[in-house]
Design a protein around this ligand. Structure first.
Ligand code: SIN
Length: 536
């Protein structure tokens, strides 16, 4: 009797759930057996935290061609044009599908979907559910996935490594080794296809809008298995994270607040983005983040101001979560300015895939933020990531459906308890060092000397972590550190190799990329062009 196709999805956010749902409807029970593994519930994912929304053309005055052009412009010549076209064209259909699942997107007084403005978009295009759109999409997808018989969900399994076989010179992914974060039991799960949808890696930086679990697991596993990455130099910093020295977590103030009329001010109260870019406060994120970074550095200021007072009483209605958070720390965004600073937000690069999410390794797919499908290029257009996480998985599901089964699969296997689920203070110290190196030298503005020094330090950390691994260190904190060090090293290595300044990558020793749309940019952080001083 023919057995069902076995598929493992690592990660429980929007990309993983969209994929699992679609594959189960394509193949039906009995034909496919899908297991979703994640180290925490979807409520802790980057998807869930997304405030802004889904970029999709919904106004008759807008067009997919304009959405494509905005994506290409912000991606600064580094996008895959065919992937961009495919994804933006599917935007309206994705929104319709989510509505059919019961998503409650905001509408105007006539019941038409309302679209917000965000950076880099030349038309209002961001479909939203007040300021917690990610949570709304997770809610409806979760219901779909939970109601599907052939999808099994485990939310306490951290993936450690890919299980790879080699036959006649072809390497194939056959499964994933996981650790149960409650019991410490390590288990190998085998499958015909493994899909990585593990999200971002913002935790390599001191300040990030990402949740604590964004430790780059999928990207790190790919590195360890020799699967190529692309565009890792491009880390998007969100311009407006709330400056709150009392707290470790960094709270996002959505770009939609600027879309509603808020403006950035320097410490002395003058407009920050005036004269920097023609799109002023809604310029592409890399331009705004760099301008803020430059002002903070030049004026030795811990933050700049976001003045949302013009939004007035609409603020609480349009941004209830942000309003509640500000008020919980004694701040009134209707009458007071909000202190903000940039924070690491999104990994534009990742595991190299094609437009169907296929990596270069047989049996291995990557979707969402851990993947580099070619949609984002050198900087991501705001709210294009939820769209990507909804569209590419549809194509991946069709591709997986056509995948042949492996001849033989080993049985899933416990290899005994070996992870220590306790806290380890020495690892906290190592994490701090890693984040300091990345923030100081591989952050918003970089230079050759800093990058080279950082790479040396990161190489030492990789060696130390490898040694500790071979000596049997297995605490959960260590396992996350191992992933973070691997991802940080990849970001730094690819940043050093970038020959031009483009998108989010800004090295003061380099000149801008010739096709960087710099004709549009009057960036105060742009140094006078100098010869390309990159060393061979
Ligand atoms: C935001 O709401 O500003 C974030 C949206 C995004 O990152 O796409």
């Amino acid at each position: 009797m023919k057995r069902p196709l076995k598929v493992i999805v690592v990660g429980g956010g929007v990309a993983g759930m969209s994929f699992a749902r679609r594959l189960s409807t394509l193949m039906g029970s009995g034909e496919v057996d899908i297991r979703m593994l994640s180290k925490a519930a979807p409520e802790t994912s980057n998807s869930y935290a997304a405030q802004g929304g889904v970029a999709a053309v919904i106004h008759p005055s807008d067009s997919w061609e304009q959405h494509r052009d905005d994506t290409l412009s912000v991606g600064a010549g580094r996008c895959e044009a065919d992937v961009v076209e495919r994804v933006v064209r599917e935007g309206p259909a994705c929104i319709q599908e989510l509505l059919s699942f019961g998503a409650r997107f905001d509408t105007d007084t006539q019941g038409r979907l309302s679209a917000a403005s965000e950076g880099g978009h030349r038309a209002p295009r961001v479909v939203h559910h007040s300021d917690h759109t990610g949570a709304e999409i997770v809610r409806v997808l979760q219901r779909q996935v939970h109601n599907t018989k052939n999808i099994a969900i485990s939310e306490t399994l951290m993936a450690l490594d890919l299980l790879v076989t080699e036959e006649h010179g072809t390497r194939r992914c056959q499964g994933v080794r996981t650790v149960d974060i409650q019991s410490g039991v390590v288990r190998g799960y085998f499958a015909d296809v493994v899909v990585l949808a593990t999200g971002g890696a913002g935790q390599v930086y001191q300040h990030t809008t990402n949740p604590f679990g964004a430790t780059g697991g999928g990207v790190a596993m790919a590195v360890r298995a020799g699967v190529p990455l692309r565009d890792m130099a491009f880390v998007q910093f969100h311009p407006t994270a709330l400056y709150d020295p009392e707290r470790k977590g960094t709270f996002l103030i959505s770009e939609a607040v600027r879309g509603a009329g808020a403006v950035l001010l320097q410490p002395d109260g003058t407009r920050l983005m005036q004269g920097v870019h023609p799109m002023v406060d809604l310029a592409p994120r890399n331009v705004v983040a760099r301008a803020i970074h430059t002002v903070m550095r030049e004026q030795n200021a811990p933050h700049v101001w976001l003045d949302a007072r013009s939004v007035g009483e609409r603020f609480a209605q349009q941004f209830p979560m942000i309003s509640a958070h500000c008020r919980s720390i004694g701040m009134d965004p209707v009458n007071e300015m909000i202190p903000v600073m940039p924070a690491a937000h999104y990994l534009c690069g990742g595991i190299l895939t094609d437009a169907q999410g296929r990596t270069t390794m047989d049996g291995l797919y990557a979707l969402g933020e851990c993947a580099s499908s070619g949609l984002h290029g050198a900087d991501r257009l705001a709210s294009n990531s939820l769209l990507e996480a909804l569209v590419i998985p549809q194509y991946a599901a069709v591709s997986v459906m056509k995948t042949g089964m492996q001849h033989w699969l080993p049985r899933d296997l416990d290899t005994g308890p070996y992870a220590d689920t306790g806290k380890d203070p020495t690892i906290e110290g190592l994490l701090d060092s890693l984040r300091n190196v990345m923030t100081d030298h591989v952050g918003i503005v970089r230079d050759h000397r800093g990058l080279r020094g950082a790479l040396q330090e990161l190489k030492c950390m990789v060696t130390d972590v490898d040694r500790a691994w071979s000596e049997g260190e297995r605490s959960l904190a260590f396992l996350e550190l191992r992933d973070l060090v691997t991802v940080a090293h990849a970001i730094c290595e690819q940043a050093i190799a970038e020959p031009y300044n483009v998108g989010t990558h800004w090295n003061t020793d380099l000149v801008p990329f010739p096709r960087d749309h710099s004709d549009l940019v009057m960036d105060r952080a742009t140094p006078a062009p100098v010869a390309n001083t990159r060393e061979p």
